[in-house]
Ligand binder design. Structure first.
Ligand code: NDP
Length: 312
């Protein structure tokens, strides 16, 4: 008798993001009927090319969904005091529901002070200590502005009907923007969560126990097939650009589409999980087209939510 191993389910972030955006467009239209338009202000300091691309894409998505947006582009030499004054002026404006400061900021700017100056009710990145505290307190997600990437992961799990309650989840990475908040969200959703980081001993033994692995490390292909229990759900948050033929061959042997893309652009993206590990998974988020695709959709969701919550 032969047994067949089912193919892993691909958790398609592009499809899920499109669903979320279509729901948001309907909610924005309904808000307009009630007499208000959700509004987002984006602050981009200086001219960092990658940040300019991210910000353009955020502004474009606002336009697609009918959300009002405006951009503020202070010079790279702007002082912390000048930026604090800009944030204060945006805090005071009724029609602005969300304020997003594109990171990283120039080294001379006090980033923490600036992020804490944003009105927590307008903190659509969810980085303000008040919002981080509400998440830690277990306030329901629909009532808080939570960080976009981890909130996007929870949406992927929920919409793909991946069970979380009672499951063993292992998060690799403990950053304030991904690792810690996703660990808290999983605990709040009644998973049993272990958080690992660079000082963790016996990492592979821990990850092999997991029903859900979240990899947020920033190292190409770090999680290998030996580290994953067959059938586990793998959430790959990492975005790493590889540029050498050796890495291409290591991660994508025999993958004609990847090789063709690499030949054209001279690089390709790989997550924090070795694609060979995906073959063992029950379900996984690909890179690109997985978690990364959700982040802007969740920013839009936070903007619409902030507009709704601010109006009671
Ligand atoms: P950080 O660099 O802030 O954090 C990385 C974490 O990985 C740290 O906690 C670090 O541990 C841990 N780590 C590093 N090396 C090891 C190791 N050998 N073993 C175990 N843990 C290790 O990264 P971010 O959280 O900001 O981002 C992680 C990845 O996710 C990056 O690839 C980034 O590009 C991507 N990302 C993707 C987003 C998206 O939209 N899809 C959004 C945000 C990030 P320690 O704390 O001990 O140093």
């Amino acid at each position: 008798m032969t047994s067949t191993v089912p193919s892993p389910l691909v958790l398609d972030g592009i499809v899920i993001a499109a669903q979320i955006k279509s729901e948001l467009a309907a909610e924005v239209a309904a808000a307009r009927d009630r007499g208000y338009v959700p509004g987002l202000a984006v602050i981009l300091v200086g001219e960092v090319p990658a940040s300019q691309i991210y910000v353009r894409s955020k502004v474009k998505t606002c336009a697609e969904l009918g959300i009002y947006s405006e951009m503020h582009t202070p010079d790279a030499s702007a002082t912390t005091e000048e930026l604090l004054a800009l944030v204060a002026s945006l805090n005071a404006r009724e029609e602005i529901d969300g304020i997003l400061i594109q990171l990283p900021l120039p080294a001379h700017v006090d980033t923490a002070r600036l992020l804490e100056a944003i009105d927590p009710a307008k903190d659509v990145d969810g980085f303000h200590p008040i919002n981080a505290g509400r998440l830690l307190n277990g306030t329901p997600m629909e009532k808080i502005l939570a960080p976009c990437t981890p909130a996007g992961i929870m949406e992927v799990l929920r919409r793909s009907k991946i069970p979380v309650r009672g499951q063993r989840a292992v998060v690799i990475g403990r950053s304030n923007i991904v690792g810690k908040p996703i660990a808290v969200m999983l605990v709040n959703a009644s998973a049993t969560v272990t958080v690992c980081h660079s000082q963790t001993r016996g990492l592979a033994e821990i990850t092999r126990e997991a029903d859900i692995v979240v990899a947020a490390i920033g190292r190409a292909g770090f999680v290998t097939a030996e580290m994953v229990r067959p059938g586990a759900t793998i959430i790959d948050v990492g975005i790493n650009r590889i540029t050498t033929a050796e890495e291409l061959e290591q991660f994508f042997p025999g993958d004609a589409a990847r090789h063709a893309g690499f030949a054209k652009r001279g690089s390709t993206l790989v997550g924090d999980v070795d694609p060979a590990a995906f073959a063992l998974a029950g379900a996984y988020t690909p890179v690109p087209g997985g978690v990364g695709a959700l982040t802007i959709a969740m920013l839009m969701s936070n903007t619409v939510k902030a507009a709704r919550l601010r109006r009671g």
